[in-house]
Design a protein around this ligand. Sequence first.
Ligand code: CTP
Ligand code: MG
Length: 245
Amino acid sequence: RHRALVIVAAGSGTRLGHGMPKAAVKITDRTVLDHALDAVTEDLDVDLIVLVLPQDAHSPHQLAPNGHNLGQRSRAVLTVSGGDTRTESVGSGVRAVQHHAEQQSWAGAVHVLIHDAARALTPTSVFSRVLDALDSGAVSVIPALPVTDTIKRVDASERVAQTVPRQDLRAVQTPQGFTLELLQRAFAHIEGLSEAEAAVLTDEAMIVEDLGETVTVVEGHPHALKITTSIDLTTVRALIAEYDE
Ligand code: CTP
Ligand code: MG
């Protein structure tokens, strides 16, 4: 089997509101993208890394990996442009994986991890857990954590309709892992959906659920939180300050 890692970093970062792609925002003196790439250590056993970057990566904000040796362990490293939605950006990355696999005549299974650059402090151990579950035969794997808040479903007039039993709930993170074969089927499936139907599918695991395939859950990590708004940036900076003490 071969393994590819797709890192999607092509979002605009509207909710963070820094007027630049989120991956280009500095957490410390280093960007979100650079922190995310710190997970790609010597220990991470992948054959191909695909970076999905904003289309206009050249101006006005340079967005390129800085100070990483991604090509160690003779990994191939490719950069492609993203699209208007996360799903389109993942699609660009998956097409690049498919193309590379054909070019290199990869035989046997190809396992693909899809990771959000916005989860910039995700430890390498989470990537390894997802890869191990794929090696054990899972076709679709997501890292997740128990939900700590009490969650209620409300009706249209903002009245509580139901309290959802918390022990059954998980908050989902990335990297999410799939066989390339299943990802290809998932993207073929969404081609047939309307724009409105496709818009609610916020990750590839949801498409896989739609196909009736089993999605396996492995343990995520608190540090894998997604930087979405400024409070997340504050949290991530505090975590980094803690490591450095
Ligand atoms: N992403 C992407 N291409 C898009 C949209 C999102 O590659 N068109 C990536 C982001 O770069 C991020 C991940 O998907 O790493 C999760 O998306 P999100 O947190 O929503 O990031 P943004 O879309 O950049 O943020 P916002 O929705 O606030 O604009
Ligand atoms: Mg977004």
